[in-house]
Design a protein around this ligand. Structure first.
Ligand code: OSB
Ligand code: MG
Length: 370
């Protein structure tokens, strides 16, 4: 198999409703779709960098540049088509995990299509239905938040994640718990706190949260470990875990008891599976995080989440929770029991609609071997 052509497209899709975290409010999302073509087959990947360097330092512009100037030329010059080979070669470039993941994901989709199997099968996935929850942004008021929780619980989602920040935390969690005493509930701070907020964070122990995600900034395993020692609530790391090594260090330091795996944040499925495996060996559960992906990126997440150590409900919701019209047809739907089926066609198993991709495209470029 030889890659004959790579295409990049920068897209913008508006959300059905704004999404606000401690990092800010957004009305829609910029991201990159990567296509790789070989022998009549096409593999799709999604690079989840955003327009601004908020969640991480990458942006759609930096990811585009790294793909165009380094990763795609490397792929062609070494005649790479296998995702594992791409992973090893790409390690010579530091950082830029979202750019790397976008291309590696496309190669995985292509490889599964070539093999005539669903991607989950190549990964060694063991389940066909993924337990899912919904991640709710910071709202204008608590009553509006309660209303939305009611709606999503009614639809069947298995757990609710609340975004928190200083000033939208204890009171909010307390009210939600009061109205929904029995739901699986967790909170995500996206790094908005520091050790001096310890006393306030410890108050969250009163609300039986499944976990508290990323209270402190990335690259801060040590302070998370100090906090975890004093909190009953399991900490879960998102931004801090960027590789198998950081996952192992977090395990050794007891910085958390749970890890959120996002394929974009860690640089692709190869690294994601290494993290999955080290956690599995050490008895630490993981779950699949999301970046409000289009149906293409979410289909990829579903295949990854079929691995055995994904033990908690994932941030993977139905297409209509994010976008009026997803890029895939049929869209991803929630089943009544709060699970989503891993799409069992070839590769990622969903059908990207080329006209919809075109419509959302702000910029595109195609590359062929020299
Ligand atoms: O921290 O998990 C996060 C979205 C954008 C940036 C960061 C995060 C999120 C989410 C979205 O929580 C979850 C989803 O895709 O449903
Ligand atoms: Mg998070």
């Amino acid at each position: 198999m030889k890659i004959e052509r790579v295409e990049l497209a920068l897209l913008y899709l508006p959300y059905v409703r704004f999404f606000e975290t401690s990092l800010g409010r957004e009305e829609g999302r910029e991201f990159i779709i990567v296509k790789v073509q070989s022998e009549g087959l096409c593999g799709y990947g999604e690079a989840v960098a955003s327009a601004t360097p908020s969640y991480s330092y990458e942006t759609t512009s930096t990811a585009w540049l790294i793909l165009r100037d380094f990763l795609i030329p490397m792929l062609f010059s070494k005649d790479i088509a296998r995702p594992e080979e791409f992973y090893w070669e790409a390690r010579r470039y530091r950082g830029h995990p979202m750019a790397k993941a976008g291309l590696e994901l496309a190669l995985w989709d292509l490889q599964a299509k070539k093999a005539g199997v669903p991607l989950a099968k190549l990964y060694g996935g063991t389940r066909s239905d993924i337990e899912v929850g919904v991640s709710l942004g910071i709202e204008n008021s608590i009553p509006e938040l309660l209303e939305r929780i009611m709606q999503f619980i009614g639809e069947g989602y298995r757990r609710i994640k609340l975004k928190i920040k200083p000033g939208w935390d204890i009171e909010v969690v307390k009210e939600v718990r009061k109205h929904f005493p029995d739901i699986l509930l967790q909170a995500d701070a996206n790094g908005a706190y520091s050790l001096k907020d310890k006393a306030g964070l410890k108050m969250l122990d009163a609300f039986s949260l499944l976990l508290l995600e990323q209270p402190f900034p990335p690259y801060d395993l040590w302070d998370h470990s100090r906090l975890q020692k004093e909190m009953k609530t399991p900490l879960c790391l998102d931004e801090s875990i960027i590789s198998e090594d950081t996952a192992r260090q977090a395990l050794e330091m007891k910085s958390c008891r749970i890890i959120n795996i996002k394929v974009g944040r860690v640089g692709g499925p190869v690294e994601a599976r290494k993290i999955h495996d080290v956690c599995r060996r050490e008895g630490m559960p993981v779950w699949c995080g999301g970046m409000l992906e289009s149906g293409i990126g979410r289909a990829h997440n579903l295949h990854l989440a079929s691995l055995p150590n994904f033990k908690l409900p994932s941030d993977l919701s139905a297409s209509k929770r994010y976008y009026k019209e997803d890029l895939i047809d049929p869209p991803i739907e929630l089943q009544r029991d709060g699970t989503i089926k891993v799409p069992m066609g070839l590769g990622i198993g969903v059908n990207p609609v080329e006209e919809r991709i075109k419509q959302a495209t702000l910029r595109e470029e195609a590359f062929t071997p020299q």
